[in-house]
Design a protein around this ligand. Structure first.
Ligand code: ASP
Length: 332
């Protein structure tokens, strides 16, 4: 029988109706009582780490979650983490970077509806998450709506529907069919390799979504605010205005000052390709780092993580060129 640690952090899955709307209320033991049947298949311990709506999950909570998982890994076959869906993609991406060399399953899950509602998706999502540990699907993943999604590729795409998450620019790692959970990835023979906890992160990272005609002063303001890293969601394959108001000049000042600027796309699918258009090539010549086909969530957390490992902007660019957990599709 596989042993699993269930770490709970709050979210809708554990929520109850309060005077001001839904808020996390159920403890980890109470949560487990809604899926008691699981005890027949897995040896389960629980750890109530946090009880927060995921809008309140920030850098300190990412570190606490990564540390709790890291401490549990030698003792369990895998870890299931329940988490609010709103920022789950950020947490799953960050934890993917923090736990280097991970081969055991670490599965994030949650639900769109509280577990005590008869129509809830919570029970199925929990069963799927435990099945992912049962199958040994490696690394950080998100189990949702009968799919196992790589943690660093997960994006929340719906605020109400049960198909809330998609695996962006990468395939699922497993899916539930009528004959059970089918892994769609290689399962490591020896999942016990050592996992390095790299939990130093830089908090001074900003995400800027361009709008047509954006005032370039915003870039000067970010410099004055001492941000060390900026992710820019540029247009399409990666474009930015240089006619009349020239954003590029302002951007060059930032990169020359040693601020790491990463460019990704506002399009959900297929990522940026800065070499394609004149507007993109001009951006590249300003010293920006292409995020290629990374999700915005992965690009932001990777930049925070990279700047936690090094102060050297060239080293940050090298880190962005390296796929640590499948967050970028290899070129060619
Ligand atoms: N607001 C909730 C949260 O992210 C939404 C959910 O869990 O589905 O904690």
């Amino acid at each position: 029988m596989k042993s699993v640690l269930l770490i709970t952090t709050g979210g809708t899955i554990a929520s109850v109706q309060g005077a001001e709307g839904l808020r996390p209320g159920y403890s980890s033991a109470e949560l487990l009582r809604f899926v008691e049947g699981l005890n027949a298949y897995y040896r389960i311990d629980t750890q109530e780490l946090l009880n927060l709506d995921s809008s309140n999950i920030q850098v300190d909570e990412w570190i606490a979650i990564a540390r709790a998982i890291h401490a549990a890994l030698p003792k369990y076959d895998g870890v299931v983490v329940t988490h609010g869906t709103d920022t789950m993609a950020y947490t799953a991406s960050m934890v993917s970077f923090m736990l280097q060399g991970l081969k055991k399953p670490v599965v994030f899950t949650g639900s769109q509806m509280p577990i005590d509602n008869l129509l809830t998706d919570a029970r199925n999502n929990l069963y799927t998450a435990f099945a992912a540990v049962g199958c040994g699907i490696p690394g950080v993943t998100v189990a949702f709506n009968r799919r196992i999604i790589p943690g660093c590729r997960a994006v929340k795409v719906r605020s109400m529907g049960f198909e809330a998450f998609e695996s962006v620019n990468a395939g699922d790692l497993g899916r539930v069919f009528a004959d059970g959970l089918r892994p769609l990835c290689a399962i490591p023979g020896d999942p016990d390799s050592p996992v390095a906890l790299r939990d130093r992160v830089c908090r001074e990272v900003f995400l800027l979504k361009l709008v047509p005609g954006i005032n370039p002063d915003v870039l000067c303001m970010l410099r004055r605010m001492r941000y060390r890293g900026i992710v820019i969601e540029a247009f399409g394959a990666g474009g930015m205005q240089f006619v009349r108001t020239n954003l590029l000049e302002h951007l060059r000042v930032l990169t020359e000052a040693g601020i790491a600027v990463v460019v990704c796309s506002q399009c959900l699918y297929e990522g940026s390709s800065l070499g394609l258009y004149e507007v993109g090539q001009k951006l590249l010549s300003c010293g920006v780092i292409p995020a290629r086909d990374m999700t915005t969530e992965a690009a932001v957390t990777k930049l925070m993580w990279a700047l936690g490992q090094t102060d050297d902007a060239r080293r940050v660019a090298e880190i962005f060129n390296t796929s640590y957990c499948g967050e970028i599709t290899p070129e060619g």
